[in-house]
Every structure is written in structure tokens, then in C-alpha cells.
Design a protein around this ligand. Structure first.
Ligand SMILES: Cc1cc2nc3c(=O)[nH]c(=O)nc-3n(C[C@H](O)[C@H](O)[C@H](O)COP(=O)(O)OP(=O)(O)OC[C@H]3O[C@@H](n4cnc5c(N)ncnc54)[C@H](O)[C@@H]3O)c2cc1C
Length: 415
């Protein structure tokens, strides 16, 4: 369903992009996501899985390059257009949208420093790829380090006693990488490339990290089994292991000297993006609920005629609209500044994902028993939205990181 955009400055191009993304979400993503949701994690990534139809169609339309600047072959979108498209795709399926988002991660990371060699080796081939044969992932969390890895500029982040499980050491013209990334790496078992965030200088704690863009066909790389989980079952996830993997020095995007700042910049985009996805899934739940409540008759009346249902729908609507407003604003601001205000992206993620979950939860209440069955999409949306409270940083720890930032920086000045 369409929505009124309160932004009166939308151009015709913005609106056309929104319509095209919505069509793709409705006609391609929704039906494929439903099928994948009912499959095993192994079936989801099998050769004949509809997952690959989705990926190939999305790549053919260029949606894998939403995040990449145009000079390298990206879609040439404004930040606002990116936000508009991402909301539509997440309306279709959050899990599949995350798959597309992380697919771009090695190229996105490399585009932030734009070294010629990385442009040629990583970014340009990815942008030129139209058949989903190049898929990236973001390897940052580890079995023993989830929240620890996502708190830049928090005192925890510089604790030298925190020893990561995946580390890189310089050796001649190469780095040698050993260790593993968590089972939560999105697209982990199908990725051909990884934006690897790993520790390089333990004396700096987690802040002593480095970011590599690396192909995953190097000797010593292996992968775990695809993860079986509650929500976003259409999103492949799994571990990546590194056994003395030699990586040329040119594949290093940034080392410990700039790691914390680069992570901060990265998170200011990804956490706001999660807020945008939250607006998409919450809107999907609102759409489903309105449709249902307008038709379901109980006690001789349609559900929408009951004041408690009207009130719930108002609060659901409020959460959709406020999530879009903060998430889009934080995304646009932080994509267009050199000193990101990460706390605003944290608001977008924490408020947005909690709102999306609340909206899906309220939706189930309005659906009654039907909401608990696989027959109705709302059951899947509820499970998918639950994962968002942990995905890309637990809401609990992002609130701690955000609170720390507010205490340090509030009030920031304009400009
Ligand atoms: C759908 C999905 C997709 C994901 N995709 C990726 C991906 O592409 N790449 C990747 O690397 N990872 C990915 N992750 C991993 C995700 O980032 C982590 O799950 C998340 O950061 C939380 O880490 P954890 O699961 O290890 O939980 P933990 O860090 O163990 O935290 C569990 C709970 O403990 C509490 N806690 C932890 N630390 C603190 C603290 N310092 N202060 C106070 N309380 C604390 C919080 O309540 C928190 O919710 C994904 C996860 C999901 C669910």
C-alpha cells in the first residue's frame, strides 16, 4: 500500500523510484520471502532456491549498489532516495533487504577510502555484477564478542583486556588472519567477499581493529552451516573461519589508527538504515491490520468500528510515521557529514526497531487467533521484527552507546 510522504520536497524521480521499489517488493520479494520462510536454512541457499531468483532480479535492477557512489558504478541515488527505496524493500521482506545491504558491504567500506586498487579489485566488479555471483558480507561479531564490537568511543571499547577471536598480524607484504566470526554473519555461508572487521592491536582493545575487504576463496577460509532461527529465515547467516589466511596489504581499508572513527561512520549509516527497515516492516504490519480489521466482523460489527481497535491503529500509525521521520533524517544527516552524530542513528534503530516490534505485536492482538497462524503474513512479520531488536546491535547496548554519546556531545551545534 502507498503512504503519504510528509516530505513536500520529493521530486518526481523520488516518487518514481518509490513506486518501482514497491512493485518489486510486492511482486518479487513478498512471494519469495514467504516460500523461503517455510524452508530449511539449507534449502534456502540450495541451487534451485527462489532466493537466487530474488538476488538475480535485484542485482539486475542495480539494487545491490544502492549504497555505492555513482562514479564506481552505483545507482547514483541521493541519501533520501536510498532511504525511500530501502523502506519499500523492507516492506517486502526485511531479511531479503538485509541480504542485499550486506552484499554491498565490502564495496561500501572500500568506497569510504576510495583507494584505486580497492576500486578496481572490489568495487567495480561488484557494481558490474548483474547475476549475484559476487556477494559480500559484514564479519564483525564473534562468538564471544557481540555487543563488545559495536560500542565505538565507549570506554569498554578501549579495554586492552578484551581479546578478540579474529585477529590480523602483519607478515611481510601480507596480513595473516586467524580466528572466526559469529554464526550471525548475514550471507555468511554464501558470501564471496567479506568486509572483515578484526583486531590488529590488542593493546588498544577493540579500538585496535582493522577493516579488510577480502575475497573468501583464499586458502584457509572455511564456513559453518547455515543458521536455523526464529525470524528473518529468508536471510542466510553463518560463521566464517580463518586459518592463517594470507591477505595482501592492499586489501586493508583502514588500520587501528582510524578504525574506531571508521566504525563510528559505518554504524551511523547502518543503525539508521535499520530504523528505515523498521519503518518498512511496521508499515507492512499496519497495512495488513487495516485490511483485516476492515473485513473481520465480531459481535455484529467490523473490528474497525470498535474504539479500542481504532486507538490501537492510531498508535501503530504513529509509530510507523515517527520511525520514518527520525530514521530518514538520521540517515540523510549522517551520510552527508564528516562528523557523524551517531546518537541520532541509535535513536532511529532503538526506537524504530522497538516500534516495529510493538506494531507487529499490536497487529497480532487485532488479528486474534488468526494472527498466530502461518496463514497470515503478520505471524512472519512478528518473528522478523523480533530479530531486529538484536540485529546490528542489541537495542539494550545501542541505548548504552547512544546515552554515552549524548552525555559527551549534547547539545551539538548546527552545521
Ligand atoms: C538478524 C541478525 C543479523 C545479524 N547480522 C550480522 C552481520 O551481518 N554481521 C555480524 O557480524 N553480526 C551480525 N549479527 C549479530 C548482531 O550484531 C549481534 O547479535 C548483536 O550485536 C548482539 O550480540 P550478541 O548476540 O553476541 O549478544 P550479547 O553481546 O551477548 O548481548 C546479549 C545481551 O546482553 C546484554 N549486554 C551485552 N553487553 C552489554 C553491555 N556492555 N552492557 C550492558 N548490557 C550488555 C544486553 O542486554 C544484550 O542484549 C546479526 C544478528 C541478527 C539477529
Amino acid at each position: 500500500m502507498n503512504y503519504l510522504d510528509l516530505d513536500l520536497t520529493l521530486t518526481e524521480e523520488d516518487i518514481e523510484l518509490k513506486k518501482a521499489a514497491h512493485r518489486f517488493a510486492k511482486e518479487v520479494m513478498r512471494p519469495i520471502a514467504k516460500k523461503l520462510d517455510e524452508m530449511t536454512p539449507e534449502e534456502v541457499i540450495a541451487k534451485d532456491s527462489p532466493f537466487w531468483d530474488f538476488m538475480r532480479k535485484a542485482y539486475a535492477l542495480g539494487y545491490h549498489t544502492i549504497l555505492i557512489p555513482e562514479p564506481y558504478g552505483g545507482m547514483d541515488l541521493t541519501s533520501k532516495q536510498q532511504a525511500i527505496i530501502y523502506e519499500e524493500l523492507a516492506w517486502g521482506s526485511v531479511g531479503l533487504t538485509v541480504a542485499l545491504g550486506v552484499a554491498a558491504f565490502p564495496s561500501f567500506g572500500a568506497s569510504l577510502v576510495a583507494e584505486e586498487v580497492l576500486i578496481e579489485k572490489i568495487i567495480e566488479p561488484f557494481c558490474a555484477c548483474k547475476d549475484a555471483s559476487i556477494i559480500g558480507c559484514w564479519g564483525i561479531t564473534e562468538p564471544d564478542h557481540g555487543s563488545d564490537t559495536l560500542l565505538p568511543f565507549h570506554p569498554i571499547f578501549s579495554d586492552p583486556n578484551i581479546k578478540a577471536q579474529c585477529r590480523a598480524k602483519a607478515d611481510g607484504d601480507d596480513y595473516v588472519i586467524s580466528g572466526q566470526k559469529s554464526a550471525w554473519v548475514s550471507c555468511g555461508t554464501i558470501a564471496t567477499h567479506c568486509a572483515l572487521f578484526c583486531q590488529m592491536d590488542q593493546s588498544m582493545g577493540m579500538a585496535g581493529g582493522g577493516i579488510f575487504a577480502i575475497p573468501l576463496d583464499l586458502p584457509g577460509v572455511s564456513k559453518g552451516a547455515p543458521l536455523n532461527k526464529l525470524g528473518q529465515r529468508d536471510l542466510n547467516q553463518g560463521e566464517i573461519f580463518f586459518d592463517n589466511v594470507r591477505v595482501p596489504k592492499e586489501n586493508l581499508i583502514v588500520g587501528p589508527e582510524a578504525y574506531e572513527a571508521m566504525l563510528d561512520i559505518t554504524l551511523s549509516t547502518t543503525t539508521a538504515m535499520m530504523g528505515i527497515f523498521a519503518a518498512g516492516i511496521a508499515r507492512a504490519a499496519l497495512d495488513e491490520t487495516l485490511e483485516y480489521a476492515k473485513n473481520r466482523v465480531q459481535g455484529g460489527k467490523k473490528l474497525i468500528d470498535y474504539p479500542n481497535v481504532q486507538q490501537k491503529i492510531f498508535h501503530m500509525f504513529s509509530k510507523v510515521e515517527t520511525t520514518r521521520l527520525i530514521a530518514r533524517a538520521a540517515y540523510i544527516y549522517n551520510q552527508n557529514t564528516t562528523t557523524p552524530a551517531e546518537e541520532y542513528s541509535n535513536v532511529a534503530k532503538v526506537y524504530g526497531c522497538q516500534s516495529a516490534f510493538d506494531v507487529c505485536n499490536d497487529a497480532i492482538q487485532i488479528f486474534g487467533g488468526n494472527g498466530l497462524t502461518k496463514e497470515y503474513l503478520i505471524e512472519k512479520l512478528f518473528r522478523d521484527s523480533r530479530a531486529m531488536l538484536i540485529e546490528d546491535g542489541s537495542n539494550d547496548t545501542l541505548a548504552i552507546g547512544g546515552g554515552h554519546k549524548v552525555i559527551e556531545t549534547y547539545p551539538r551545534m548546527d552545521g
